[in-house]
Design a protein around this ligand. Structure first.
Ligand code: CTP
Ligand code: MG
Length: 186
């Protein structure tokens, strides 16, 4: 069980890391360039910036590449056989980018719907705030690297990820809030 949880975290790490990095390095020009949707509310809001998107995706990519470079060392160290970000029909870079980019695009889509529902920037939207990046990463992986995704994301892994992601997200965000990177602890 513990081993499957660690494998689940391993598989999702590029997605998990992209959000905190976006929060850490984000700021500056918002992706929606300040424009409003036809309902008079912001398209995405000031919480979604180009810098956050770029640093989040690149950070996730770097982490995924580091995982692949050290996969056998880490496997030996923890005595766990970790799945690679590779597959005969899916490129490693595309796999990692699907996870980190998908996570941030999921987060961006969520902001679009939050604004449509009248939520202010940063206002809590329980469960959705905690799973947007997971669903985004899965959809991107399903679209772009389906053979790899189908090979490693079995029902057990999916259920574990759905259970642990909100917990990891909350712990990381509370930490981010305490060190002053995030404005809200969610
Ligand atoms: N961030 C960013 N660019 C992104 C995603 C996040 O700059 N593409 C930064 C922003 O500074 C944001 C912080 O990370 O405030 C936390 O992200 P998140 O909680 O997703 O945004 P919120 O500010 O809560 O906005 P929303 O209500 O739209 O979710
Ligand atoms: Mg938020």
């Amino acid at each position: 069980m513990i081993e499957t949880i660690i494998v689940a975290i391993w598989l999702m790490l590029p997605a998990y890391i992209s959000n905190p990095l976006a929060a850490l390095f984000g700021g500056g020009k918002p992706i929606d360039c300040g424009i409003n949707f036809k309902d008079g509310r912001r398209l995405l809001g000031d919480g979604k910036t180009y810098r956050g998107l770029l640093f989040g995706i690149i950070g996730g990519l770097v982490v995924g590449i580091i995982q692949m470079i050290f996969i056998s060392n880490i496997s030996n160290l923890l005595q766990i056989s970790f799945p690679p970000f590779s597959h005969p029909s899916s490129s490693t870079i595309i796999i990692i980018l699907s996870l980190s980019g998908g996570a941030l695009f999921g987060d961006m889509f969520k902001s679009f719907f939050k604004r449509r529902m009248g939520f202010k920037r940063g206002q809590s939207f329980p469960i959705v705030d905690q799973l947007d990046f997971v669903i985004g990463a899965w959809i991107a992986a399903f679209i772009f690297v389906r053979p790899w995704f189908m090979m490693y994301f079995n029902t057990k892994i999916i259920l574990i990820i759905l259970f642990i992601s909100p917990i990891i997200h909350l712990v990381v965000n509370i930490f981010g809030f305490l060190i002053g990177v995030k404005k809200e602890p969610w």
